[in-house]
Design a protein around this ligand. Structure first.
Ligand code: UDP
Length: 313
């Protein structure tokens, strides 16, 4: 197949690209490099099945030749990233989704949109199942991400119902692994960077808020399975093992025993969800998918990736 990935030079997209190329497909990545990074796909230069186009999917996109699948992955995705690029985040998840749905009709391509656990906001139901409608502050400091992602889902369902677009929706929970931007502020990469640099690990609030962490290869395998499955409604993708942020800090420190870092507490950002954990019953039933990489294994791989890079060794 010939497959288009918006946000093609992003963290998740670059791993998804590796998976799709390994399956023998051709991949066209599109990125405007607001948060994407050419280094993430540098290893693919010279691969004649891979092409990277610099373009903004908020503008109408002209792609020559057939396209069989569109993965709409483009968007700033870290709280720091989407607050820094608020208007771009709103646009890529609204106008960008709309444009790519139009392209999917033009090319007769199947379309998948990367939605998010942020659709559940600060959840009143725990763990989060796909039939929970969420608790989102529509004007808060995450609203430029949460609400357009919710719109992206609504837009996708409208194209599916009225225009018969062939669509898929995933809700991605916290994911970690190599190629995350070391300075995008997300928790795992921040703690690893801080520990490797012997700086204090910055735990926000008392650190009792929870997240669940999925290793990137598990996640992209799930994304690909959703695309190829016959199921229209949203599917949660994430690791259901929930832990506190304080536990994440301690685990990172235990895996970098030479670190001289300590743990320090900083104020809790506004609208920070207190708990988050996916119910992945649907993914298990429909896709036969669940994460297989243990946290210890995933964190160790990630630490190895950044050890040389961040310490200048
Ligand atoms: N967090 C933290 N210290 C950091 C970065 C994040 O304590 O240096 C906390 C943050 O307050 C949140 C959790 O870790 O409760 C996950 O934050 P992240 O930015 O990774 O993503 P989120 O799940 O909030 O979208």
């Amino acid at each position: 197949m010939r497959i288009l990935i918006s946000g093609g030079a992003g963290f998740l997209s670059s791993h998804l690209t590796d998976l799709l190329l390994s399956q023998g497909h051709e991949v066209v990545g599109v990125d405007n490099f607001i948060t994407g990074n050419r280094d993430n796909v540098a290893h693919l230069s010279g691969n004649d099945k891979y092409k990277l186009i610099e373009a903004d999917v908020c503008e109408p996109l002209k792609i020559d030749g057939p396209i069989d699948r569109i993965y709409h992955m483009a968007s700033p995705a870290s709280p720091i990233g989407y607050v820094k690029h608020q208007v771009a985040t709103v646009k890529v998840n609204s106008q960008g989704t709309w444009n790519l749905l139009e392209l999917s009709l033009e090319k007769n391509a199947r379309f998948l949109v990367a939605s998010t656990s942020e659709c559940y906001g600060d959840p009143a139901v725990h763990p989060q199942r796909e039939d929970y409608w969420g608790n989102v502050n529509p004007i808060g400091l995450r609203s430029m991400y949460d609400e357009p992602k919710r719109f992206a889902e609504a837009c996708t369902m409208a194209y599916h119902r009225e225009r018969k677009a062939d669509t898929r929706i995933i809700r991605i929970f916290n994911t970690y692994g190599p190629r995350m931007d070391p300075y995008d502020g997300r928790v795992v990469i921040s703690f690893i960077r801080q520990a490797l640099n012997n700086e204090p690990l910055t735990v926000f609030g008392d650190g009792k808020q929870t997240r669940s962490l999925c290793y990137v290869t598990d996640l992209v395998r799930g994304i690909n399975l959703v695309m190829e499955a016959d199921f229209i409604e949203p599917i949660n993708l994430g690791n259901p093992q929930e832990l506190t942020i304080l536990d994440i800090a301690k685990e990172v420190l235990s895996l970098i025993p030479e670190s001289k870092s300590t743990i320090t507490h900083q104020p809790m950002p506004p609208d920070d969800p207190k708990v988050r954990c996916p119910d992945i019953t649907r993914a298990k039933q429909i896709l036969g998918w669940q994460p297989v990489v243990s946290r210890r294994e995933g964190l160790s791989k990630m630490i190895e990736f950044y050890r040389d890079q961040l310490t200048g060794r």
